[in-house]
Design a protein around this ligand. Structure first.
Ligand code: C5P
Length: 242
């Protein structure tokens, strides 16, 4: 278990992914006031509703992981990171293949936004290799080394650029913890409590296994959002981590 995260409460490790409408998101968030700490807003919700939904979640007292996966020229990404933080994001993502300069500019823009808003610097995360890509898909883009090697190399770039950590599959968490050291954020989706429906996730780990392998945070969507009792589902995951 890492140093920076060893005293973290289990509920702080669980990020609920809101892949739904704004109304559904706010209804669920309302039920989890006093229970959950983090929500993830992805592109589908953000591009429909914009920064308003980030502020609304923040106003309810939550931290927001704004998962927009920036990838553009450094100047543009710097501005995007600043704007995201000004809108209330506490955690942001970018593609590591954008390169060290792009990532470093994102960190700079994020810090600037945080200063302007009088808030803490946000968590900055790199996407190494999309888990939807296998070796063949990667090779078709010109990347011919094994997927794990690419993940490792991209994580090292993220570290060099000064990011807080990476998003990764639970299968990569142990290797990444070794590469990035004890204080890096390692945020893993693809998490399913024992017995939960897999949906379209193929390679999954339980919450406890993901954290034991080195994840600092886990992203859980449908097992919470589509449960008959989302509050009970959230609590069960927190209990598993306790
Ligand atoms: O509903 P579920 O738990 O599968 O949701 C997982 C969340 O994490 C979704 O928002 C999904 O887009 C995201 N994600 C993922 N796998 C990745 C990267 C992100 O499932 N490799």
């Amino acid at each position: 278990m890492s140093n920076a995260f060893k005293d973290m409460k289990p509920e702080e490790r669980v990020i609920t992914a809101l892949d739904c409408t704004r109304e559904e998101a706010l209804e669920l968030a309302g039920k989890l006031v006093g229970e959950a700490v983090w929500f993830k807003v992805g592109m589908t919700l953000y591009y429909a509703e914009g920064p308003v939904v980030v502020r609304e979640l923040q106003d309810l007292g939550f931290k927001v992981f704004l998962d927009l996966k920036f990838h553009d020229i450094p100047h543009q990404v710097r501005g995007a990171a600043r704007s995201a933080v000004l809108s209330g994001a506490d955690m942001i993502t970018m593609h590591t293949v954008g390169g060290v300069e792009m990532m470093a500019k994102a960190v700079e823009g994020a810090a600037e936004g945080a200063r302007e808003a009088g808030r803490e610097d946000p968590v900055t995360l790199g996407i190494t290799v999309l888990t939807s890509m296998d070796a063949d898909a990667l090779a078709s883009t010109g990347v011919t080394r094994p997927v794990t090697e690419q993940v490792r190399a991209m994580a090292q770039l993220a570290k060099e650029a000064g990011l807080s950590g990476v998003v990764a599959s639970p299968q990569e968490a142990a290797m990444l913890r070794e590469v990035l050291g004890p204080d890096a954020y390692i945020v893993t989706p693809g998490v399913r409590p024992a017995g939960a429906a897999l949906g379209d996730q193929k390679r999954v780990a339980t919450p406890a296994k993901a954290v034991a392998d080195g994840a600092s945070h886990i992203v859980v969507g449908r097992p919470i959002t589509q449960a008959d009792d989302p509050v009970a589902a959230f609590r069960a995951i927190v209990d598993e981590l306790r």
